[in-house]
Design a protein around this ligand. Structure first.
Ligand SMILES: Nc1ncnc2c1ncn2[C@@H]1O[C@H](COP(=O)(O)OP(=O)(O)OP(=O)(O)O)[C@@H](O)[C@H]1O
Length: 183
């Protein structure tokens, strides 16, 4: 049975290829949400709390210590009211999660966003290919029940605003279903 019945607010995963807009969406959602939500940028957390095994110079990224990360997140997610913002989702147990939002972006726009960040070409290419191949979407679909996975386009400010409005509506419905009393 899902432990979501004991939560006063949902746990929402916002995932997508790097640069698709996870953090931008999470920040706006925190402002607009009808229930208090804590935004955890999982990649930043891994760095701050040193939940990694090593730093890979080639890829300029950390190899995450998944056991340590899950131990840190467990008490937080069981309380609910969390947005988990990460480029991968299959590590989070299904019982933790109420909604998985997968952000998508046209690959040429994504290329520009990643180039602007000064990513090495190899990293820009790798992420771009992953977006074209729908790697993050496939991962979410194979890890969670289809009814909790939603794919949303993130290519403009209008997309951002309508996506967040849609998630807010979903939270309102979740509150009704779960008899939550938070304002
Ligand atoms: N819907 C959108 N329309 C236009 N630009 C966007 C949109 N969403 C995000 N951006 C821009 O794309 C860039 C990347 O956004 P953001 O940092 O939110 O992505 P991310 O998915 O969290 O990346 P990472 O996984 O690397 O943390 C930022 O410059 C942001 O302003």
């Amino acid at each position: 049975m899902s432990s979501s019945t004991s939560r006063q607010a949902p746990v929402i995963v916002i995932t997508g290829t790097p640069g698709t807009g996870k953090t931008t969406h999470a920040q706006l959602l925190v402002e607009e949400s009808p229930v208090p939500l804590r935004h955890i940028n999982v990649g930043e957390w891994v760095k701050q709390k040193e939940l990694y095994e090593e730093y890979d110079e080639d890829w300029q990224s950390y190899t995450v210590d998944e056991d340590k990360l899950l131990d840190e997140l467990e008490p937080i997610t069981s309380a609910g009211g969390v947005i988990l913002d990460w480029h991968t989702s299959d590590i989070f147990p299904e019982r933790w999660v109420d909604l998985v939002v997968v952000l998508r972006c046209d690959h040429s726009q994504l290329w520009e966003r990643l180039e602007k960040r000064g990513y090495p070409l190899k990293k820009v290419q790798e992420n771009n290919e992953a977006e074209i191949m729908e790697v993050v979407l496939d991962e979410a679909r194979s890890s969670y029940a289809p009814e909790i996975v939603v794919e949303l386009k993130s290519e403009s400010t209008e997309d951002l605003e309508s996506n967040v409005a849609r998630i807010v509506q979903w939270i309102d419905a979740w509150k009704q279903d779960h008899g939550a009393t938070n304002q």
